[in-house]
Each structure stands twice: as structure tokens, then as C-alpha cells.
Design a protein around this ligand. Structure first.
Ligand SMILES: Cc1cc2nc3c(=O)[nH]c(=O)nc-3n(C[C@H](O)[C@H](O)[C@H](O)COP(=O)(O)OP(=O)(O)OC[C@H]3O[C@@H](n4cnc5c(N)ncnc54)[C@H](O)[C@@H]3O)c2cc1C
Length: 394
């Protein structure tokens, strides 16, 4: 299925493609193409390049350094970036806490944090989940007791991605243990260098550090580092997801994986030699499902752009988009087989070079990583519940 782009969309797409062909060297796009890690410095340099172009924050208003684009235009931009294998920017800053600071931040917070995010000067991590609070996030227990002008934080956060590189953590903490659970929570922006913060690695099955547990012991956080009102952190957190829920379809990422799959099928005679007809049937089915996902996402984005309400339907995008990524990963792996294994999956040595010079793809590594999409940002079971209750009204 092909969508008809308007003349202005076509001009815009040409502009983006021109920029990418001038500014994105193959040495960088190949890292993304072959599912290899993109070093932090390269990611930062790419962020600054996009910022100079005015495109680093498609989801922010113009007055704060964003583009002010409609959702549909953002989606078009995202598809071009991903299918040309541009590195992803730091999502916690640009997509999560940045928009929340724009909406709820004091002037000082905006002046301090927003330029630093745009210039890739700070990294963030997200401190929501706790050892006993995941899907039922509002039951979180990390305590923030008022002491004069500070909060004294005690407790711990778990599954904290990227905490080992983070300069700040945006965290939900309990400021009123006696209130109804959603009402006693505040949202803090915490400097990770404060005394009393300890970051311990949580290793994945292959020995890689995928997450962390962050411990807070008598950590003193100044009150002015609270975002929004005291005990209103749940509202901030819900709004933080707000419109971003519409961008969870992973259409762009799915298209990137699909184009890599076609590239491999077309160019690598010695790969996937024994693929059966059923493989191509499954591939065709996934392509049809991806078209369906794109159509649904475009419909919701257009409705949003027209000012209509969206409700809980983005849960469908999250669910179907993550499932598709995983199924396309599976096909990629069937094509490339053992050559897609990075050494660390075999030897657990920590070396992430590919196992064979025939290919620089690290498809197995990406495939295992993408399994987490079922859980991160709200599990598939929880999305099913939301769809059943709020969309289908069962
Ligand atoms: C790759 C990855 C990155 C992550 N990064 C971060 C991060 O940076 N910061 C952060 O704060 N957290 C992060 N998380 C944690 C993530 O948000 C939680 O894992 C998620 O919310 C689920 O919580 P839980 O692990 O405690 O599982 P639980 O909530 O205990 O769920 C366990 C199982 O029970 C099911 N279940 C729970 N409730 C229901 C229900 N009502 N109905 C039906 N089934 C239910 C779940 O679907 C799941 O299968 C990350 C997770 C992953 C996988």
C-alpha cells in the first residue's frame, strides 16, 4: 500500500533526503544498518548537527528550539531518518522529560535543561520502576521526606536503562504516604552526582549491562528540582507520555528492518540459501500487517492533527508495532543465521564483534534486545487490558 504524499510533503521529504545524503556519512549509517552500537560521541555529534539544522526536537514547540511540526510530518521525518539508518537521539531527554519540562517547568528549569538537551550536553535516565512496582507503578515506595528546602530520598529504582551514562534521573517518588496512591507522588529531576546515589549494573543473560538498579540513601534534593506541584507527579508522568503515545507504533523502525531484510535477500547469495516458500509467505504477511499498522497510525495522527480526541487507541500501536519488530527480527535472523551472532552471545567475553567477516550484522544481538519491547513502556498484557476496556469497552 502506498500513501499519497502532498506536494509540500514531497518537497519536505526531498529536503530531508538531501540533508541526509550531505551530512550522514556511511561510516555512521552503517553502524545502524548492521545493528552495531553507536558510540556516545557519534550520537552527540549527530544530535548537534540536527540541532544546527533546527530538526533535533520535532516534538517541541518552535519557541523552545523545536520544529512545531504536525504529528503526520513528524512521522514522515522519523521514517526518513530511520530508513536511512540515522542514529536515534537520546529519547529520555527529547521525547520524555523535555516535553514535560516545557509543560510543567519553572523558567529556571526550562532555561537550564532545554538548551542542554538540544546540545546533547546531558544524558537522562528514567526512574519509575521499583523492585515491587512495575505495571502497578502507582504503588511505588521510594520516599521523599520534606526537610526544610530539601527532599530526603530513600529507596531504589530498578531496570533503569542508561543510568551508567546519565547526568540526571527523572524520578517518581512518594511525598505523601498517607494519600491515595496516585495522589501522594511527586516528580523530581535529580542530579546523579549527588551524595548517596549508587548505581549498580543489572546484567542481561549475555552478560551485557542492559539495566541498572539505582539506590538512594539520604539523598538531598533541593525542592526547586521538583517538576510540577508537590503530590502531582502522577499527572506530570501521565502527561509526559501524552502525545508521545502516538509515536509508539515503531512504523519507522519496522520499515528500517524490512528494508535491511530485502537488502540481504537481494545481495547475499551465500545467505539464506535454504529458505523455504513458507518464509516468503510469512514475509508477505508481515508486510501486509506493517501496511495495516501504518494506515492505523496515519489515521490516528491525522485525527490528532485535526484536533480530534484519540483516547486509548495508541495502545494498539504499541502492541502491534512491538510484535512486528520481533517477527521481522526473526525473519532477518533466519536469513543471516549464525553470521548474525555477535561474539558475546557465544563466548560472553564482552566482545561485540561479529562472528564472521562475511557480515558485519549483529542481528541476533538486536533481536534479543527487541524482546524487551514486549515489556518496556507497559507490557503487552497491560496493553491488551487497556484495549479491551477502553477501546472495545468489553
Ligand atoms: C528493555 C527494558 C527497558 C526498561 N527501561 C526502564 C527504564 O529505563 N526505567 C524504568 O523505570 N523502567 C524500565 N523498564 C521496566 C519496565 O517499565 C517494567 O519492566 C514494566 O513496567 C513491567 O513491570 P515489572 O517488570 O515489574 O513486571 P510486573 O508488573 O510485575 O509484571 C509481571 C507480569 O505480569 C503481567 N501483568 C502485570 N499486571 C497485569 C494485569 N493487570 N493484567 C494482566 N497481566 C499483568 C505483566 O504483563 C508481566 O507479564 C524497562 C524494561 C525493559 C524490558
Amino acid at each position: 500500500m502506498q500513501y499519497q504524499l502532498s506536494d509540500s510533503d514531497l518537497l519536505f521529504r526531498d529536503d530531508v533526503r538531501g540533508f541526509l545524503s550531505r551530512e550522514l556519512p556511511p561510516a555512521i549509517s552503517d553502524l545502524v544498518r548492521y545493528s552495531q552500537p553507536v558510540p556516545m560521541q557519534i550520537r552527540k555529534d549527530w544530535t548537534r548537527k540536527l540541532h544546527q539544522q533546527g530538526w533535533a526536537a520535532p516534538n517541541w514547540p518552535v519557541e523552545y528550539g523545536g520544529t512545531g511540526w504536525s504529528m503526520s510530518r513528524r512521522q514522515l521525518f522519523e521514517v526518513e531518518m530511520r530508513t536511512h539508518n540515522a542514529p536515534e537521539l537520546e529519547g529520555f531527554g527529547f521525547n520524555m522529560v523535555g516535553p514535560a519540562i516545557i509543560r510543567y517547568g519553572s523558567t529556571e528549569q526550562k532555561d537550564f535543561f532545554l538548551p542542554k538537551i538540544l546540545n546533547a550536553e546531558i544524558n537522562w535516565c528514567q526512574g519509575y520502576s521499583e523492585p515491587q512496582s512495575g505495571s502497578d507503578l502507582a504503588s511505588l515506595k521510594t520516599l521523599a521526606a520534606r526537610e526544610g528546602d530539601d527532599y530526603l530520598i530513600n529507596g531504589s529504582k530498578i531496570w533503569t536503562s542508561a543510568a551508567e551514562h546519565a547526568d540526571y534521573i527523572f524520578a517518581l517518588v512518594r511525598t505523601d504516604p498517607s494519600a491515595k496512591k496516585q495522589l501522594g507522588i511527586s516528580f523530581l529531576l535529580i542530579d546523579m552526582t549527588l551524595p548517596g546515589i549508587e548505581v549498580r549494573p543489572v546484567l542481561a543473560f549475555n552478560g551485557k549491562r542492559l539495566w541498572n538498579q539505582v539506590f538512594f540513601t539520604d539523598v538531598r534534593v533541593p525542592r526547586q528540582h521538583r517538576l510540577g506541584d508537590e503530590n502531582q507527579g502522577w499527572t506530570v508522568a501521565k502527561n509526559l507520555l501524552g502525545n508521545e503515545r502516538l509515536m509508539v507504533s515503531r512504523v519507522a523502525e519496522n520499515k528500517r528492518i524490512l528494508s535491511r531484510l530485502h537488502e540481504l535477500l537481494a545481495t547475499s547469495d551465500d545467505l539464506g540459501g535454504d529458505l523455504e516458500a513458507s518464509f516468503y509467505k510469512r514475509l508477505a504477511e508481515l508486510e501486509i500487517r506493517l501496511s495495516g499498522l501504518e494506515a492505523t497510525a496515519s489515521r490516528l495522527l491525522s485525527r490528532f492533527d485535526l484536533g480530534q480526541s484519540i483516547g486509548a487507541e495508541p495502545s494498539m500501536l504499541k502492541l502491534l508495532g512491538s510484535q512486528l519488530v520481533q517477527e521481522l527480527d526473526r525473519l532477518l535472523y533466519e536469513v543471516i543465521g549464525y553470521y548474525g551472532l555477535p561474539e558475546d552471545a557465544v563466548s560472553r567475553s564482552g566482545d561485540v564483534s561479529p562472528v564472521h567477516s562475511i557480515s558485519s550484522d549483529m542481528i541476533a544481538s538486536a533481536m534479543f534486545h527487541h524482546r524487551g519491547y514486549t515489556i518496556a513502556g507497559g507490557t503487552s498484557e497491560v496493553q491488551h487490558n487497556i484495549i479491551a476496556k477502553q477501546v472495545l469497552e468489553l
